[in-house]
Design a protein around this ligand. Structure first.
Ligand code: ATP
Ligand code: MG
Length: 797
């Protein structure tokens, strides 16, 4: 099919070849992790262009992150040996923004609409909830936004929801009101939230068949990566884009000069675009955001005659890693069994590590990273995964101390910093005068004497006169406020108006670029100078961040000579967690398991493999929760190419509390022979204890009185975690038994105790309950300590 240029098929296995070469209306490539789904999709795009079956502009390829989009674009260009301008390779969100900005008028929006991120949404909801006194009914910005988002992902709006809601339930009535007000506020502010970007595009296509027809005509080949994580709204978008164009609409287009002749079939209609989707139902990890695996399982029903290709050979990982992944995922019900295999041989065993504490675990990770680095693995080829962001603290602390270069991917994002949000709010207020949220954010930032009372007065004034907040500011004189405040408001309003004028295409002085506008508002408002002159040491860092932000706008100007302010703001809004990655930086990447999807590293450290973290305790009550968590674990395992480390800590500090942790149930699903278990030196007999030394006592028999379960001089416990004997309870007990268990030691104030390391002391107080009881002890020579009674190596004397 590809004629003389067979290089596009080089190295592909027969199934992959079919996936690249098949031509037909619908193709489903379904395969496990690392089997080349993304690679095949990339080659398919290249082959469509190379064979001249499609112009680049006729291709729409959807990726899960902007970074993945950029990579795909680069690879396609490398494969073709030439640029392929005009291709749409982007995320669902980016594609939709592009469409909505173009069709703004029809969509009932200004082309300069703002995009609200989750914190904007929460601030808005907070105000609504406060205004409605809805917190008394249990509403919080977090739970309201989660519910609204879920509904929007199902393409429901406040009205459609209300029709099916039980309106005799006050909570339901209140929710409908919150949803309505939220919708209204966004509309008034000419703003869309993330979910709206998809939903509004679907509504646009449904309401304007001629608009839909233009995009159906344009995109002849639609390809979607990570299809298992599409939600209903995204699925509907794909459906809209792949429908045929009726003969009548096709003729209309022809009449308007949009050529369609070469696309029409015998009836004059334009057949639907060809659709290729790739996915792995075992990697569906976004159900909580409305992702629906049924989109995969029902693909064949929705697209009759679809070709299905299965890929089984894995090119990423060694067989040991794959066997572990296969074993774990086989415990999920209701799935098609598929076994990943590798031609690369078994490779190293997986390393399991039982740590005493989160710190000890972090120390192990840091030590191994250094050891791998010393033997030739680059930092950038290593990654540390965790289930929750809270786990980064211990890791970061130790990595900093060990001088391991690292970065937290998608942690607190640059654009989420308060000072950057302030600077951005200035730009948004310039671009979109209707955006009340942005205006109110900077109304008194930097301080210009406009307090909350004035802020509310402006709001009431705007509402009473049915004008925008911005207009209310311009009309501030009519409010009858004091002359000083009025002056401040007018000055602030004119600052923004002046900046907006600089963007007017008819401005005789020429249109200002993004960094010029930014510099102008920063100078005029005094925001940057204020931070520079502040005596608060934190403000120095904030000023530096703003300077970095200015530098970014300059980069943007350079890279996008035609890019305007709205383009810049769009780009900023759509930065997602994984986009934060920078391969060139030579640092170890730290990220959540969710962020890790689609990525690969030579060495992967999967930390916190404990009950409560993985599966996360929040998943326990959710239907399908533990199965989804297992998929998350599977995603984590399958990121590793050569080395995989699974670690857990016996105790973990969380929310200022120390908890005793149990090994994750998923660990015993991995065949014992695939893992080599190690444990904290402080917990093993063979190696001299460094930290936590306290636990040496268990094995070397120190203090024969320590005969709690597993304590004292037991020698029958193998070093490290026993390789998953069953049944589960016995297995779990033996692991926990490696740590002392003083669970039933009764202590009270005044008792004398002896500690392995700290010597003798007096108990001053006992706090907490059950497994979390803490003894506050004044040691005779070691000072005051707090000890978790359950695991502390102590005895009563
Ligand atoms: P995931 O499910 O994690 O998204 P995937 O199925 O998309 O994985 P890819 O990322 O495309 O898999 O491929 C995994 C690795 O295997 C990549 O490093 C890729 O370059 C390599 N690979 C894919 N196909 C081949 C092949 N035929 N020969 C050699 N290497 C290949
Ligand atoms: Mg992939």
């Amino acid at each position: 099919l590809l004629g003389d240029d067979a290089s596009l098929l080089d190295g592909l296995n027969p199934q992959q070849r079919i996936a690249v070469e098949y031509r037909g209306p619908a193709l489903l490539i379904i395969a496990g992790a690392g089997s080349g789904k993304t690679s095949v999709l990339t080659r398919r795009v290249a082959s469509l262009i190379d064979s001249r079956e499609a112009w680049p502009s006729q291709i729409l390829a959807i990726t899960f992150t902007n970074k993945a989009a950029a990579e795909m674009r680069e690879r396609v260009q490398a494969l073709l040996g030439q640029g392929a301008n005009g291709m749409w390779i982007s995320t669902f969100h980016s594609s939709c923004v592009r469409i909505l900005r173009r069709e703004a008028e029809k969509a009932g929006l200004g082309a300069n609409f703002s995009i609200y991120d989750s914190s904007d949404t929460r601030v808005t909801l907070k105000r609504i909830i406060k205004g409605l006194d809805a917190d008394s009914l249990g509403f919080t910005p977090a739970n309201a936004s989660a519910k609204i988002s879920k509904l929007k992902n199902e393409l429901a709006d406040a009205d459609s929801y209300a029709r099916n809601a039980n309106m005799s339930d006050p909570q339901e009535v209140m929710f409908v009101e919150i949803f309505r007000q939220y919708t209204r506020r966004l509309r008034d502010a000419s703003a869309l939230d993330f979910d709206d970007l998809i939903g509004e595009t679907v509504y646009l296509f449904r309401a304007f068949p001629d608009v839909a027809a233009r995009y159906r005509r344009q995109f002849r080949h639609i390809l979607v990566d990570e299809y298992q994580d599409t939600n209903h709204a995204q699925y509907s978008l794909i459906r809209e884009l792949t429908r045929p164009v009726t003969a009548a609409l096709a003729e209309d287009m022809e009449a308007q000069g949009l050529h369609v002749r070469n696309l029409q079939d015998a009836t004059g209609a334009i057949p639907g675009a060809s659709l290729t989707v790739v996915g792995d139902s075992d990697q569906s990890i976004y159900a909580f955001r409305g992702a629906d695996i049924r989109n995969i399982s029902e693909f064949e029903r929705d697209f009759p005659g679809a070709k299905v290709v299965l890929l089984e050979q894995n090119y990423r990982s060694t067989q040991n890693i794959l066997s572990a992944a296969n074993a774990v995922i086989s415990h999920n019900f209701d799935r098609k069994d598929k076994k990943l295999w590798s031609a690369d041989g078994p490779g190293e065993k997986i390393v399991g590590y039982t740590a005493y504490s989160g710190h000890d675990e972090a120390q192990f990770v840091a030590d191994e990273i250094e050891a791998l680095h010393a033997t030739g693995t680059a930092y950038r080829d290593m990654a540390v995964f965790y289930r929750t962001n809270a786990q980064t603290r211990a890791l970061e602390e130790i990595l900093v101390r060990a001088a391991v270069p690292y970065r937290v991917v998608g942690g607190t994002k640059f654009y989420e910093r308060a000072e950057i949000k302030d600077a951005l709010a200035y730009l948004i207020a310039v671009a979109n005068p209707a955006d009340e949220l942005a205006l109110r954010r900077i109304l008194n930032t930097p301080k210009r004497g406009i307090g909350p009372t004035t802020e509310t007065a402006l709001l009431s004034f705007a509402e009473a006169n049915e004008i925008s907040y911005r207009q209310a500011m311009r009309d501030a004189t009519a409010l009858g406020l004091g002359p000083k405040v009025t002056g401040s408001i007018l000055q602030f309003a004119s600052l923004l108006d002046e900046a907006a004028l600089k963007l007017d295409p008819e401005n005789p002085a020429g249109v200002a670029n993004v960094s010029e506008v930014l510099t102008f508002v920063l100078e005029q408002s005094g925001l940057l100078t204020g931070l520079r002159n502040s005596r608060d040491p934190q403000d120095e860092a904030r000023a530096e961040n703003i300077e970095e932000f200015i530098a970014q706008t300059k980069d943007f100007n350079r890279e996008n000579p035609d890019g305007g302010l709205v383009d810049f703001l769009t780009q900023v809004s759509l930065v997602a967690a994984a986009d934060d990655l920078d391969d060139e930086s030579g640092t170890v990447s730290l990220m959540t398991l969710h962020t890790a999807k689609g990525l690969e590293y030579d060495a992967v450290f999967l930390t916190g493999v404990e009950e409560g973290l993985l599966p996360h305790q929040m998943s326990a009550g959710e239907p399908g929760g533990p199965a989804e968590e297992r998929r998350l674990f599977y995603v984590g395992i399958t990121r590793a190419k050569k080395r995989l480390y699974l670690s857990l800590a016996m105790t973990r500090a969380q929310f200022g509390d120390v908890n005793v942790a149990m090994p994750s149930r998923y660990l015993q699903e991995i065949p014992a022979e695939l893992i080599e278990w190690k444990q904290s030196p402080g917990m093993a007999n063979s190696r001299g204890g460094t930290q936590p030394r306290a636990l040496n006592a268990r094995r070397d028999g120190y203090g024969g009185g320590f005969n709690a379960r597993g304590g004292g001089n037991r020698t029958d416990i193998p070093p490290g975690l026993p390789p998953a004997p069953k049944p589960k309870t016995e297995w779990a007990n033996r692991i926990t038994a490696q740590v002392r268990d003083n669970g039933d030691l009764t202590l009270e104030a005044g008792d004398r105790i002896r500690h392995v390391d700290f010597g003798d002391g007096r108990v001053n107080q006992v706090t907490g309950e059950g497994t979390k009881r803490i003894a506050h002890v004044q040691f005779d020579t070691s000072g005051a300590k707090k000890l978790l009674i359950k695991v502390a190596p102590i005895e009563k004397i």
